[in-house]
Ligand binder design. Structure first.
Ligand SMILES: Nc1ncnc2c1ncn2[C@@H]1O[C@H](COP(=O)(O)OP(=O)(O)OP(=O)(O)O)[C@@H](O)[C@H]1O
Ligand SMILES: [Mg+2]
Length: 277
């Protein structure tokens, strides 16, 4: 469903003058514009509030709910009740990143309906890594990710964390890796350490969803894990064991339409081996 919003309204919200639409695309989550303005190009996103469990039967919904509460890779998450909350969260984190020199697009404007950043010419890491793994690119990815995590822990502020660190939410731009789209809400009733650990597992398991040869994926996960320090790896391996126990309760998890395919027993086992290396 396309959001009916006139360019005139977007321009008014953003406080910009003449502009040209360079690109428009949409999916079930948002619609997006790239606008060429007198002062450069802007990326504009209008998110929808979507229910990822829409269309699932009751058993599957219970499942998703159980997994979200118990899997250490998901406990950090908090459900958003409004688009306004999602946008405010993304803007808050981008602002912190911009101020702290964490590579990220510059926030231009946010209101209750849309968020806009300066457009960056880049390739997202999912597309990049599916074409083949480049060690330098992976190093940049881990550096940016670990910077967000490090600052969150140092400042004891969960809003520095990348709250959706999947590979699509990192952009390669020249020789940098920019973090984008920190819109997910985080469950601030758990500690910043616990949030960071859960997000790190989520970050690693995202690599298993790549459309690439198994050997490439294993190499990538191995490099990502090697970028964490020893203490982190030990703690994450404990969490991964918990994940293994929870996962074992539901042998047919991968057959559900709501996919958790990347949390297969094989992937959990390999991750564990790499943590303990
Ligand atoms: N500032 C930007 N400049 C250029 N491209 C961008 C910018 N921000 C986002 N993009 C591109 O648009 C895509 C979608 O943006 P974003 O991740 O913010 O939205 P999303 O609705 O959460 O999408 P998804 O669910 O696919 O992660 C990104 O994967 C990236 O390729
Ligand atoms: Mg995204």
């Amino acid at each position: 469903m396309t959001k009916i919003i006139a360019l005139k309204d977007i321009k008014e919200s953003l406080g910009i003058g003449e502009c040209r639409i360079i690109n428009f695309f949409e999916n079930s989550l948002s619609c997006y514009w790239v606008l060429q303005t007198e002062n450069g190009a802007l990326f504009v996103k209008l998110p929808y509030l979507s229910d990822p469990t829409l269309g699932l039967n009751i058993q599957e919904k219970r499942w998703v709910d159980y997994v979200s509460k118990t899997f250490p890779a998901f406990r950090w998450r908090k459900k958003a009740d409004s688009i306004k909350d999602l946008i405010a969260k993304e803007a808050r984190t981008l602002q912190l990143w911009n101020e702290s020199n964490i590579d990220s697009p510059k926030l231009f404007h946010a209101n209750s309906k849309l968020i806009s950043t300066l457009f960056v010419e880049g390739t997202d890491y999912r597309a990049l890594l599916e074409k083949g793994m480049n060690k330098r690119d992976i190093d940049r990815l881990c550096e940016t990710y670990l910077k967000t995590k490090g600052l969150a822990l140092q400042k004891r502020n969960p809003y520095y964390l990348h709250s959706d660190p999947k590979l699509k939410n990192f952009l390669k731009c020249e020789d940098k890796c920019l973090a984008i789209d920190p819109a997910n809400l985080v469950n601030t009733s758990i500690s910043v350490e616990e949030l960071a650990e859960g997000l790190s597992l989520y970050f690693l398991y995202g690599a298993y969803t790549l459309n690439s040869e198994r050997a490439n994926i294993e190499k990538l996960v191995s490099r990502m894990i090697a970028s964490f320090d020893r203490e982190d790896r030990l703690r994450l391996s404990e969490l991964n064991l918990q994940l293994c126990l929870e996962r074992a309760k539901f042998p047919d998890i991968t057959s559900y339409r709501y996919t958790f395919n990347n949390y297969s027993a094989e992937n959990i086992e390999l991750t564990q081996k790499l943590f303990r290396r």
